[in-house]
Design a protein around this ligand. Structure first.
Ligand code: GLY
Ligand code: MN
Ligand code: MN
Length: 508
């Protein structure tokens, strides 16, 4: 293998037997471990993208404080993106193509846009973060071809919006085998669809066989609308194979690099919670602002979702997000928040006393939820499913609640006191991989939340008076690893003593 030192970095192009070539970035002169590429027969050194200095997202060259050499997104090497595409191609029939439409910019009003969020499957397979793109992966026997359709470089637009990666950047940085201007989608994708044995693509959400009459299938003039027209032209629309079930399975097993990225998201976010205990905030909004600040200054890109910061009885509304009330000493505050790092979410819930000291009743109910949460984490392994953990949580709640004076039936538990589910997969999406059935046993490499909670209504006389109006949820993110589950957000303290000691300033 040969490499060249350029002004930018060492970079290799590998030509495979099929003629498909790929770029890889050297790490200490080792291009990639072992047999990542099965059939390289020649390698030659090429000039890296020395002429392009601006891209539509961070690169190692432009933001070395965010990305190490060889990474396309924080913590994820270019070669891992290749392996993900390879894994998808392996699931496809020979001669098939999978097509993904990137997310579009959305507008709040007029030209005022919302923060852009890429289609998670596009992000997972390419790392590309610009709007208005299409990617296609064609399977050819034991190899695949990766096509990208992107917004081209455009001096006038870039003067306003900043640099785009462009067509050459798609080839050089994102390792596309072919890249084209999204404006030429019809011409180039038409050939690909025409020759495909099968097309894998998710139909637009609101589509049906009567879609063209009863609901808009895709915005007129959008890339998606063009693709649907082409598919119909070739008679391939009716036989589309869904991609999401395949993608959710692939995405549900996290690689070692993804685990590290999720550990980083969990660690930054978890620390922010523990720091927040000591601050004794008196307003929900201030606590929200503090967490978001600490997530971001700690290295996260942003909050992974709109958090719940719920003082007192607001905690009974599971999706309370107004976060605009005062916090009263003597109450608890329930916070469900997490940062996003490298595109991956942390999803953490903690409940603690506003004034730093649990009352006896608060402590009893808190300990009851914590016992159930810890027992479920112990059981988070490949012998159990989310469904069986949910059943176990309900069974344990019945015992724990009885121990502190509740007389609660199973129906009280599932309908009133614990009306939600034990958890979900978490990753690029907050509720990741939702098509993986809940009743299937967990797999090594899954990351799931374990988040039992108890919410005691204010005015239900069935339940002990001193617990009424309390809502408690404790949520961790757990990496499934044989019989030794790993909590990625353990930096968020959750034992009663630890919370009280941090809140009183005794524990840093
Ligand atoms: N933060 C939403 C959830 O826990 O599922
Ligand atoms: Mn949550
Ligand atoms: Mn959750």
């Amino acid at each position: 293998m040969a490499g060249s030192q350029s002004g930018f970095r060492q970079c290799f192009r590998l030509v495979q037997r099929s003629g498909v070539s790929r770029w890889f970035i050297s790490q200490n002169n080792k291009i990639f471990p072992g047999s990542v590429l099965r059939t390289p027969i020649t390698t030659r050194c090429c000039r890296p993208y020395a002429t392009q200095t601006g891209f539509g997202q961070p690169t190692h060259e432009t933001r070395p404080h965010l990305l190490k050499e060889g990474e396309l997104t924080p913590g994820i090497q270019a070669v891992e993106y290749h392996l993900r595409r390879r894994a998808l191609a392996d699931k496809m029939q020979d001669g098939a193509v999978a097509i993904f439409v990137g997310a579009e910019k959305t507008f709040r009003s007029g030209v005022v846009f919302h923060e852009f969020h890429q289609n998670p499957n596009v992000y997972y397979l390419s790392g590309f973060m610009e709007p208005n793109c299409v990617i296609a992966i064609e399977r050819h026997q034991d190899d695949y071809e990766f096509h990208m359709f992107v917004e081209p470089k455009n001096e006038r637009v870039e003067l306003w919006e900043g640099p785009r990666t462009g067509v050459q950047g798609a080839l050089d940085v994102f390792n596309a085998d072919s890249a084209s201007d999204i404006g030429g989608l019809r011409k180039r994708l038409d050939e690909i669809i025409g020759r495909a044995s099968v097309v894998y693509m998710d139909k637009p959400k609101d589509s049906s066989d009567f879609g063209s009459f009863f609901s808009p299938q895709a915005k007129r003039g959008s890339p998606e609308a063009s693709i649907i027209e082409m598919l119909k032209h070739y008679g391939k629309y009716k036989n589309l194979k869904a991609l999401s079930p395949i993608m959710h399975r692939l995405r549900s097993v996290k690689s070692p690099a993804e685990l590290q990225v999720m550990m980083t998201a969990g660690q930054i976010s978890g620390r922010a919670f523990t720091e927040a205990y000591a601050e004794r905030f008196t307003k929900e909004a201030d606590l929200y602002a503090f967490l978001e600040y600490v997530f971001k200054i700690g290295g996260c890109e942003k909050s992974a979702y709109v958090p719940v910061v719920a003082g007192g009885t607001h905690s009974l509304a599971i999706h309370y997000t107004r976060n605009d009330d005062v916090l009263h000493p003597g109450d608890m505050v329930l916070v469900d928040a997490g940062g996003q790092y490298g595109g991956y979410c942390a999803d953490i819930s903690r409940t603690w006393p506003v004034n730093g000291k649990f009352t006896d009743a608060q402590k009893d109910l808190y300990q009851c939820v914590l016992n159930v949460q810890k027992a479920c984490i112990e059981l988070a392994n490949t012998s159990n499913s989310l469904q069986s953990l949910q059943q176990e949580a309900c069974r344990l709640f019945q015992i724990e609640l009885k121990n502190i004076g509740f007389d609660a039936s199973m129906s009280d538990i599932t309908n009133i006191l614990y009306p939600h589910y034990i958890g979900h997969h978490v990753g690029i999406d907050l509720h990741d991989c939702s098509l993986v059935p809940r009743n299937e046993n967990l797999n090594n490499g899954n990351v799931v939340t374990i988040e039992p909670g108890i919410y005691v209504p204010v005015d239900n006389e069935k339940f002990p008076k001193h617990f009424r109006g309390m809502g408690i949820r404790i949520e961790d993110n757990v990496y499934i690893n044989d019989n030794s589950p790993l909590i990625t957000c353990a930096a968020a303290s959750k034992e009663v003593d630890d919370i009280e000691r941090v809140a009183s300033g005794l524990l840093e």
